[in-house]
Design a protein around this ligand. Structure first.
Ligand code: FMN
Ligand code: SF4
Length: 429
Protein backbone atom coordinates (compact mmCIF):
# COMPACT_ATOMS: atom_id res chain seq x y z
CA UNK A 1 0.00 0.00 0.00
CA UNK A 2 2.39 2.62 -1.23
CA UNK A 3 -0.30 5.29 -0.72
CA UNK A 4 0.22 5.16 3.05
CA UNK A 5 2.17 8.38 3.37
CA UNK A 6 1.99 10.06 6.76
CA UNK A 7 0.05 12.90 5.13
CA UNK A 8 -2.49 10.37 3.83
CA UNK A 9 -2.75 8.78 7.24
CA UNK A 10 -3.34 12.14 8.88
CA UNK A 11 -6.11 12.94 6.44
CA UNK A 12 -7.69 9.53 6.86
CA UNK A 13 -7.65 9.69 10.63
CA UNK A 14 -9.07 13.20 10.60
CA UNK A 15 -12.05 11.78 8.73
CA UNK A 16 -12.78 9.17 11.37
CA UNK A 17 -16.00 10.66 12.61
CA UNK A 18 -18.10 7.55 12.07
CA UNK A 19 -19.63 5.30 14.71
CA UNK A 20 -17.51 3.37 17.17
CA UNK A 21 -18.04 -0.36 16.69
CA UNK A 22 -17.60 -3.30 19.01
CA UNK A 23 -15.49 -6.16 17.68
CA UNK A 24 -17.34 -9.54 17.60
CA UNK A 25 -16.57 -11.51 20.74
CA UNK A 26 -16.29 -8.40 22.93
CA UNK A 27 -19.21 -7.14 25.02
CA UNK A 28 -19.35 -3.36 24.57
CA UNK A 29 -18.79 -1.08 27.55
CA UNK A 30 -17.94 2.24 25.91
CA UNK A 31 -18.89 1.76 22.24
CA UNK A 32 -22.55 1.05 22.93
CA UNK A 33 -24.38 1.03 19.59
CA UNK A 34 -26.97 3.56 20.81
CA UNK A 35 -24.25 5.95 21.99
CA UNK A 36 -23.42 6.64 18.34
CA UNK A 37 -26.88 8.11 17.81
CA UNK A 38 -28.15 11.65 18.34
CA UNK A 39 -30.53 10.73 21.18
CA UNK A 40 -27.82 9.56 23.54
CA UNK A 41 -27.13 11.89 26.44
CA UNK A 42 -27.05 12.38 30.19
CA UNK A 43 -30.44 10.74 30.67
CA UNK A 44 -29.17 7.58 28.92
CA UNK A 45 -26.12 7.42 31.21
CA UNK A 46 -28.30 7.88 34.31
CA UNK A 47 -30.63 5.11 33.09
CA UNK A 48 -27.62 2.80 32.89
CA UNK A 49 -26.96 3.49 36.57
CA UNK A 50 -24.13 5.99 36.24
CA UNK A 51 -24.04 9.01 38.57
CA UNK A 52 -25.41 6.85 41.41
CA UNK A 53 -22.26 6.73 43.50
CA UNK A 54 -21.64 9.99 45.32
CA UNK A 55 -18.90 9.05 47.79
CA UNK A 56 -16.28 6.88 46.16
CA UNK A 57 -14.97 5.32 49.37
CA UNK A 58 -12.79 2.35 48.52
CA UNK A 59 -12.70 3.28 44.83
CA UNK A 60 -8.90 3.47 44.69
CA UNK A 61 -8.64 -0.09 46.05
CA UNK A 62 -11.30 -1.15 43.56
CA UNK A 63 -9.30 0.31 40.67
CA UNK A 64 -6.33 -1.72 41.94
CA UNK A 65 -8.47 -4.89 42.06
CA UNK A 66 -9.73 -4.16 38.57
CA UNK A 67 -6.15 -3.78 37.32
CA UNK A 68 -7.06 -0.69 35.30
CA UNK A 69 -4.11 0.67 33.32
CA UNK A 70 -4.06 4.17 31.86
CA UNK A 71 -5.21 4.36 28.24
CA UNK A 72 -3.26 7.54 27.46
CA UNK A 73 -0.13 5.70 26.28
CA UNK A 74 2.05 4.34 29.03
CA UNK A 75 -0.37 1.76 30.47
CA UNK A 76 0.55 2.78 34.01
CA UNK A 77 -1.51 1.36 36.92
CA UNK A 78 -4.25 3.95 37.53
CA UNK A 79 -4.74 3.25 41.24
CA UNK A 80 -1.06 3.92 42.02
CA UNK A 81 -1.21 7.43 40.56
CA UNK A 82 -4.50 8.14 42.32
CA UNK A 83 -3.10 6.97 45.65
CA UNK A 84 0.00 9.17 45.31
CA UNK A 85 -2.20 12.25 44.75
CA UNK A 86 -4.74 11.24 47.41
CA UNK A 87 -1.95 10.84 49.99
CA UNK A 88 -0.52 14.31 49.32
CA UNK A 89 -1.66 16.89 51.89
CA UNK A 90 -3.93 19.84 51.03
CA UNK A 91 -5.92 20.69 47.95
CA UNK A 92 -5.57 18.91 44.60
CA UNK A 93 -6.57 19.34 40.96
CA UNK A 94 -7.82 16.67 38.55
CA UNK A 95 -7.47 16.80 34.77
CA UNK A 96 -9.16 14.76 32.03
CA UNK A 97 -6.63 14.60 29.20
CA UNK A 98 -8.58 14.62 25.94
CA UNK A 99 -5.89 16.26 23.86
CA UNK A 100 -5.23 13.15 21.72
CA UNK A 101 -1.96 14.21 20.15
CA UNK A 102 -1.38 10.94 18.30
CA UNK A 103 -2.24 11.69 14.69
CA UNK A 104 -3.52 8.16 14.05
CA UNK A 105 -5.92 8.09 17.01
CA UNK A 106 -9.57 9.12 17.13
CA UNK A 107 -10.93 7.33 20.18
CA UNK A 108 -10.72 10.23 22.67
CA UNK A 109 -12.56 12.43 20.24
CA UNK A 110 -15.29 9.80 19.83
CA UNK A 111 -15.66 9.51 23.61
CA UNK A 112 -15.87 13.25 24.17
CA UNK A 113 -18.36 13.69 21.34
CA UNK A 114 -20.55 10.70 22.22
CA UNK A 115 -20.14 9.94 25.93
CA UNK A 116 -18.83 13.16 27.51
CA UNK A 117 -21.00 12.67 30.62
CA UNK A 118 -19.34 9.33 31.30
CA UNK A 119 -15.90 10.97 31.12
CA UNK A 120 -17.11 13.69 33.51
CA UNK A 121 -18.48 11.05 35.88
CA UNK A 122 -14.96 9.54 36.00
CA UNK A 123 -13.48 13.00 36.58
CA UNK A 124 -15.92 13.76 39.41
CA UNK A 125 -15.13 10.41 41.05
CA UNK A 126 -11.42 11.21 40.73
CA UNK A 127 -11.95 14.62 42.34
CA UNK A 128 -13.86 13.00 45.20
CA UNK A 129 -11.26 10.28 45.70
CA UNK A 130 -8.25 12.62 45.86
CA UNK A 131 -10.14 15.58 47.42
CA UNK A 132 -9.87 18.05 44.55
CA UNK A 133 -11.98 21.18 44.21
CA UNK A 134 -10.93 21.95 40.66
CA UNK A 135 -11.29 19.75 37.58
CA UNK A 136 -10.25 20.56 34.02
CA UNK A 137 -11.10 18.90 30.72
CA UNK A 138 -8.08 19.49 28.48
CA UNK A 139 -8.68 19.37 24.71
CA UNK A 140 -7.27 20.68 21.45
CA UNK A 141 -10.28 20.52 19.14
CA UNK A 142 -13.19 22.92 19.17
CA UNK A 143 -15.81 20.17 18.67
CA UNK A 144 -14.61 18.32 21.77
CA UNK A 145 -14.39 21.61 23.71
CA UNK A 146 -18.03 22.36 22.85
CA UNK A 147 -19.14 18.81 23.74
CA UNK A 148 -17.38 18.94 27.12
CA UNK A 149 -18.73 22.44 27.89
CA UNK A 150 -22.28 21.37 27.07
CA UNK A 151 -21.95 18.21 29.15
CA UNK A 152 -20.78 20.23 32.17
CA UNK A 153 -23.83 22.48 31.73
CA UNK A 154 -26.08 19.37 31.56
CA UNK A 155 -24.65 18.11 34.85
CA UNK A 156 -25.07 21.48 36.49
CA UNK A 157 -28.69 21.71 35.33
CA UNK A 158 -29.38 18.20 36.62
CA UNK A 159 -27.68 19.02 39.95
CA UNK A 160 -25.20 16.22 39.43
CA UNK A 161 -22.16 18.44 39.87
CA UNK A 162 -20.86 18.60 43.45
CA UNK A 163 -21.27 22.17 44.73
CA UNK A 164 -17.65 22.37 45.88
CA UNK A 165 -16.16 21.26 42.56
CA UNK A 166 -15.34 23.76 39.80
CA UNK A 167 -15.15 22.12 36.37
CA UNK A 168 -13.96 23.90 33.27
CA UNK A 169 -12.61 23.21 29.80
CA UNK A 170 -9.18 24.28 28.60
CA UNK A 171 -8.47 24.24 24.88
CA UNK A 172 -4.97 24.49 23.42
CA UNK A 173 -3.62 24.48 19.90
CA UNK A 174 -2.96 21.03 18.58
CA UNK A 175 0.61 19.81 18.58
CA UNK A 176 1.86 16.41 19.57
CA UNK A 177 3.68 17.25 22.79
CA UNK A 178 0.81 19.37 24.16
CA UNK A 179 -0.75 16.21 25.65
CA UNK A 180 2.30 15.32 27.72
CA UNK A 181 1.49 15.68 31.40
CA UNK A 182 3.84 18.54 32.28
CA UNK A 183 2.81 20.40 29.12
CA UNK A 184 -0.82 19.97 30.20
CA UNK A 185 -0.12 21.61 33.58
CA UNK A 186 1.99 24.37 32.05
CA UNK A 187 -0.74 25.24 29.54
CA UNK A 188 -3.53 25.27 32.14
CA UNK A 189 -1.32 27.53 34.29
CA UNK A 190 -1.24 30.02 31.42
CA UNK A 191 2.07 29.09 29.75
CA UNK A 192 2.83 27.41 26.44
CA UNK A 193 1.71 23.79 26.02
CA UNK A 194 5.27 22.48 26.14
CA UNK A 195 6.80 19.94 28.55
CA UNK A 196 8.85 21.04 31.54
CA UNK A 197 11.71 19.28 33.28
CA UNK A 198 10.82 16.71 35.95
CA UNK A 199 10.81 16.77 38.95
CA UNK A 200 8.40 18.03 39.98
CA UNK A 201 5.97 15.61 38.36
CA UNK A 202 2.35 16.74 38.23
CA UNK A 203 1.33 14.42 41.07
CA UNK A 204 3.77 16.42 43.21
CA UNK A 205 3.16 19.91 41.82
CA UNK A 206 1.16 20.79 38.71
CA UNK A 207 -1.87 22.98 38.06
CA UNK A 208 -2.02 25.97 40.46
CA UNK A 209 1.17 24.48 41.99
CA UNK A 210 -1.02 21.81 43.58
CA UNK A 211 -0.68 18.02 43.34
CA UNK A 212 -2.45 17.19 40.08
CA UNK A 213 -3.99 13.94 38.89
CA UNK A 214 -3.98 13.63 35.10
CA UNK A 215 -5.88 10.80 33.45
CA UNK A 216 -6.70 10.13 29.86
CA UNK A 217 -10.41 10.56 29.07
CA UNK A 218 -10.80 6.87 28.16
CA UNK A 219 -9.22 5.87 31.48
CA UNK A 220 -11.83 8.03 33.25
CA UNK A 221 -14.67 6.41 31.30
CA UNK A 222 -13.42 3.00 32.50
CA UNK A 223 -13.23 4.39 36.05
CA UNK A 224 -16.92 5.32 35.84
CA UNK A 225 -17.69 1.83 34.52
CA UNK A 226 -15.80 0.16 37.38
CA UNK A 227 -17.52 2.39 39.97
CA UNK A 228 -20.86 1.27 38.51
CA UNK A 229 -20.27 -2.43 37.78
CA UNK A 230 -17.31 -3.38 40.01
CA UNK A 231 -13.77 -4.70 39.66
CA UNK A 232 -14.68 -8.36 39.11
CA UNK A 233 -17.04 -7.47 36.28
CA UNK A 234 -14.25 -5.37 34.74
CA UNK A 235 -11.93 -8.38 34.74
CA UNK A 236 -14.37 -10.60 32.86
CA UNK A 237 -12.87 -9.25 29.65
CA UNK A 238 -9.22 -8.72 28.77
CA UNK A 239 -6.14 -10.54 30.03
CA UNK A 240 -4.79 -10.99 33.56
CA UNK A 241 -2.13 -8.30 33.02
CA UNK A 242 -4.26 -6.02 30.84
CA UNK A 243 -7.84 -6.37 32.06
CA UNK A 244 -10.85 -4.77 30.42
CA UNK A 245 -11.60 -3.49 26.97
CA UNK A 246 -9.97 -0.66 25.05
CA UNK A 247 -10.93 1.65 22.24
CA UNK A 248 -8.65 0.88 19.31
CA UNK A 249 -8.26 3.18 16.33
CA UNK A 250 -7.62 1.13 13.18
CA UNK A 251 -6.16 2.63 10.02
CA UNK A 252 -4.99 1.26 6.68
CA UNK A 253 -8.05 -1.00 6.30
CA UNK A 254 -11.32 -0.77 4.33
CA UNK A 255 -13.32 0.57 7.31
CA UNK A 256 -10.91 2.68 9.40
CA UNK A 257 -12.33 3.89 12.67
CA UNK A 258 -12.75 3.37 16.38
CA UNK A 259 -13.34 -0.20 17.59
CA UNK A 260 -13.85 -1.47 21.11
CA UNK A 261 -12.22 -4.83 21.83
CA UNK A 262 -11.11 -6.80 24.86
CA UNK A 263 -7.42 -6.26 25.52
CA UNK A 264 -5.62 -9.35 24.22
CA UNK A 265 -7.70 -9.49 21.03
CA UNK A 266 -5.41 -10.36 18.14
CA UNK A 267 -4.41 -7.90 15.45
CA UNK A 268 -6.06 -10.21 12.89
CA UNK A 269 -9.42 -10.20 14.70
CA UNK A 270 -9.30 -6.42 15.03
CA UNK A 271 -8.66 -5.82 11.36
CA UNK A 272 -11.16 -8.50 10.35
CA UNK A 273 -13.84 -6.41 12.06
CA UNK A 274 -12.62 -3.40 10.08
CA UNK A 275 -13.07 -5.05 6.70
CA UNK A 276 -9.95 -7.23 6.58
CA UNK A 277 -6.73 -6.56 4.74
CA UNK A 278 -7.29 -7.49 1.10
CA UNK A 279 -3.62 -6.89 0.24
CA UNK A 280 -2.29 -8.74 3.28
CA UNK A 281 -0.14 -7.17 5.96
CA UNK A 282 3.43 -6.08 5.28
CA UNK A 283 3.87 -4.12 8.49
CA UNK A 284 2.18 -2.41 11.37
CA UNK A 285 2.57 1.09 12.80
CA UNK A 286 2.11 0.74 16.51
CA UNK A 287 0.91 2.90 19.37
CA UNK A 288 -0.11 5.68 17.13
CA UNK A 289 3.31 6.44 15.74
CA UNK A 290 5.09 6.05 19.04
CA UNK A 291 5.80 2.32 18.97
CA UNK A 292 7.79 2.20 15.73
CA UNK A 293 7.16 -0.15 12.82
CA UNK A 294 6.73 -3.90 13.09
CA UNK A 295 7.59 -5.49 9.75
CA UNK A 296 5.68 -8.46 8.40
CA UNK A 297 2.32 -9.99 9.16
CA UNK A 298 1.47 -9.58 12.84
CA UNK A 299 -2.09 -10.89 12.66
CA UNK A 300 -1.42 -13.29 15.53
CA UNK A 301 -0.09 -10.61 17.89
CA UNK A 302 -2.27 -10.20 20.97
CA UNK A 303 -3.04 -6.55 21.63
CA UNK A 304 -2.33 -6.19 25.31
CA UNK A 305 0.36 -4.08 26.96
CA UNK A 306 2.68 -6.98 27.77
CA UNK A 307 2.50 -8.97 24.52
CA UNK A 308 3.15 -5.85 22.44
CA UNK A 309 6.04 -4.84 24.70
CA UNK A 310 7.64 -8.24 24.11
CA UNK A 311 7.96 -7.34 20.42
CA UNK A 312 10.05 -4.28 21.43
CA UNK A 313 7.16 -1.96 20.57
CA UNK A 314 4.34 -0.52 22.68
CA UNK A 315 0.55 -0.48 22.52
CA UNK A 316 0.51 3.26 23.32
CA UNK A 317 -2.96 4.72 22.78
CA UNK A 318 -4.03 1.52 20.97
CA UNK A 319 -3.95 2.96 17.49
CA UNK A 320 -2.79 0.50 14.82
CA UNK A 321 -2.07 1.23 11.17
CA UNK A 322 -1.74 -1.72 8.81
CA UNK A 323 0.67 -1.34 5.91
CA UNK A 324 0.13 -3.46 2.83
CA UNK A 325 2.43 -6.23 1.63
CA UNK A 326 3.95 -4.04 -1.05
CA UNK A 327 4.38 -1.00 1.21
CA UNK A 328 7.76 0.70 1.12
CA UNK A 329 8.39 0.60 4.83
CA UNK A 330 11.60 2.59 4.56
CA UNK A 331 9.76 5.43 2.87
CA UNK A 332 7.12 5.31 5.61
CA UNK A 333 9.84 5.33 8.28
CA UNK A 334 11.47 8.35 6.62
CA UNK A 335 8.16 10.23 6.68
CA UNK A 336 7.61 9.40 10.32
CA UNK A 337 11.18 10.53 11.05
CA UNK A 338 10.41 13.90 9.48
CA UNK A 339 7.24 14.13 11.53
CA UNK A 340 9.17 13.48 14.77
CA UNK A 341 11.69 16.14 13.82
CA UNK A 342 8.89 18.59 13.07
CA UNK A 343 6.94 17.85 16.26
CA UNK A 344 9.92 18.05 18.64
CA UNK A 345 9.47 20.94 21.02
CA UNK A 346 13.18 21.69 20.43
CA UNK A 347 13.75 22.44 24.07
CA UNK A 348 16.20 19.63 24.83
CA UNK A 349 19.46 19.36 22.88
CA UNK A 350 19.17 15.59 22.52
CA UNK A 351 15.65 15.83 21.13
CA UNK A 352 16.32 18.77 18.81
CA UNK A 353 19.53 17.33 17.38
CA UNK A 354 18.58 13.67 17.79
CA UNK A 355 15.29 13.78 15.90
CA UNK A 356 16.99 15.79 13.13
CA UNK A 357 19.88 13.32 12.86
CA UNK A 358 17.55 10.32 12.88
CA UNK A 359 15.34 11.91 10.26
CA UNK A 360 18.34 12.58 7.99
CA UNK A 361 19.59 9.00 8.32
CA UNK A 362 16.12 7.56 7.63
CA UNK A 363 15.75 9.76 4.55
CA UNK A 364 19.15 8.65 3.24
CA UNK A 365 18.38 4.98 3.76
CA UNK A 366 14.95 5.38 2.15
CA UNK A 367 16.61 6.99 -0.84
CA UNK A 368 18.79 3.90 -1.30
CA UNK A 369 22.01 5.10 0.36
CA UNK A 370 23.67 1.86 1.53
CA UNK A 371 26.30 3.42 3.80
CA UNK A 372 26.54 0.97 6.76
CA UNK A 373 27.17 3.99 9.03
CA UNK A 374 23.46 4.89 8.76
CA UNK A 375 22.41 1.51 10.10
CA UNK A 376 25.04 1.63 12.86
CA UNK A 377 23.94 5.15 13.84
CA UNK A 378 20.23 4.31 13.84
CA UNK A 379 20.96 1.26 15.94
CA UNK A 380 23.00 3.29 18.46
CA UNK A 381 20.59 6.23 18.60
CA UNK A 382 17.69 3.81 19.02
CA UNK A 383 18.96 3.06 22.51
CA UNK A 384 21.27 5.91 23.46
CA UNK A 385 18.61 8.63 23.05
CA UNK A 386 16.03 6.85 25.18
CA UNK A 387 15.29 8.83 28.35
CA UNK A 388 17.48 11.80 27.40
CA UNK A 389 14.64 14.32 26.95
CA UNK A 390 12.62 16.20 29.53
CA UNK A 391 9.66 14.21 28.22
CA UNK A 392 9.35 10.80 26.57
CA UNK A 393 8.85 12.19 23.06
CA UNK A 394 12.37 11.34 21.96
CA UNK A 395 11.72 7.73 23.04
CA UNK A 396 9.17 7.44 20.22
CA UNK A 397 11.69 8.63 17.63
CA UNK A 398 14.25 6.23 19.09
CA UNK A 399 11.76 3.33 18.82
CA UNK A 400 11.37 4.11 15.13
CA UNK A 401 15.15 4.21 14.60
CA UNK A 402 15.53 0.94 16.53
CA UNK A 403 12.88 -0.87 14.53
CA UNK A 404 14.40 0.24 11.21
CA UNK A 405 17.96 -0.64 12.30
CA UNK A 406 16.84 -4.07 13.53
CA UNK A 407 15.20 -4.83 10.21
CA UNK A 408 18.12 -3.56 8.16
CA UNK A 409 20.45 -5.68 10.25
CA UNK A 410 18.34 -8.74 9.63
CA UNK A 411 19.75 -9.35 6.17
CA UNK A 412 18.45 -9.72 2.64
CA UNK A 413 14.79 -9.93 3.63
CA UNK A 414 15.13 -6.54 5.23
CA UNK A 415 12.57 -3.87 5.64
CA UNK A 416 11.54 -2.72 2.19
CA UNK A 417 11.21 -3.95 -1.30
CA UNK A 418 13.40 -1.07 -2.35
CA UNK A 419 16.18 -2.33 -0.09
CA UNK A 420 15.94 -5.82 -1.56
CA UNK A 421 15.85 -4.67 -5.16
CA UNK A 422 18.04 -1.64 -4.75
CA UNK A 423 21.70 -2.57 -5.16
CA UNK A 424 24.36 -5.21 -5.38
CA UNK A 425 25.10 -4.53 -1.72
CA UNK A 426 21.65 -5.74 -0.67
CA UNK A 427 21.96 -8.34 2.02
CA UNK A 428 25.39 -7.36 3.21
CA UNK A 429 24.11 -5.52 6.29
C1 FMN B 1 5.05 13.35 24.05
C2 FMN B 1 3.89 12.85 24.81
C3 FMN B 1 2.60 13.17 24.39
C4 FMN B 1 1.48 12.72 25.10
N1 FMN B 1 0.23 13.02 24.63
C5 FMN B 1 -0.86 12.56 25.30
C6 FMN B 1 -2.17 12.85 24.83
O1 FMN B 1 -2.37 13.50 23.79
N2 FMN B 1 -3.24 12.36 25.54
C7 FMN B 1 -3.06 11.62 26.69
O2 FMN B 1 -4.05 11.22 27.31
N3 FMN B 1 -1.83 11.33 27.16
C8 FMN B 1 -0.74 11.79 26.50
N4 FMN B 1 0.52 11.52 26.97
C9 FMN B 1 0.62 10.79 28.26
C10 FMN B 1 0.45 11.81 29.42
O3 FMN B 1 1.73 12.35 29.72
C11 FMN B 1 -0.10 11.16 30.67
O4 FMN B 1 0.76 10.11 31.03
C12 FMN B 1 -1.49 10.60 30.47
O5 FMN B 1 -2.41 11.59 30.10
C13 FMN B 1 -1.94 9.97 31.77
O6 FMN B 1 -3.16 9.33 31.59
P1 FMN B 1 -3.38 7.78 31.83
O7 FMN B 1 -2.62 7.37 33.05
O8 FMN B 1 -4.85 7.69 32.01
O9 FMN B 1 -2.90 7.07 30.61
C14 FMN B 1 1.66 11.93 26.28
C15 FMN B 1 2.95 11.62 26.71
C16 FMN B 1 4.04 12.04 25.97
C17 FMN B 1 5.41 11.67 26.45
S1 SF4 C 1 12.24 15.62 24.77
FE1 SF4 C 1 11.74 16.81 22.93
S2 SF4 C 1 9.55 17.10 23.00
FE2 SF4 C 1 10.21 16.48 25.07
S3 SF4 C 1 10.60 18.38 26.19
FE3 SF4 C 1 12.53 17.82 25.25
S4 SF4 C 1 12.55 18.88 23.27
FE4 SF4 C 1 10.45 18.90 24.00
Amino acid sequence: MSSSSTADLLVRTGELVGPAICVPGTRPRLALPDANGPDWGLRSEVELGFFGRHEPSGLIDELGDAGLRGRGGAGFATHMKWRAVANAPGEKVVVANGHEGEPASAKDRWLLLHRPHLVLEGLILAARAVRARRGVVYVSRSDTAVAATNAIADLRAARLLPADLRLDVHQVEHRYVAGEETAVCRAINGGPALPTAKPPRPFERGVDDLPTLIDNVETLAHVAWIARFGASAFRTQGTAGSPGTALFTLNGCPRPGVYEAALGTSVGELFHAAGGLPDGMGGLLMGGWFGGILRGDHSALRCCYDAVRETGSSLGCASLTALGRDADLLATAAELGQWFEHESARQCGSCRNGTAAMSRALLSVAAGDRDPAHVANLSRWGTSFVGTGACAFINGAAALARSVAAELNSGPTAISNRWEKGSSNAGTH
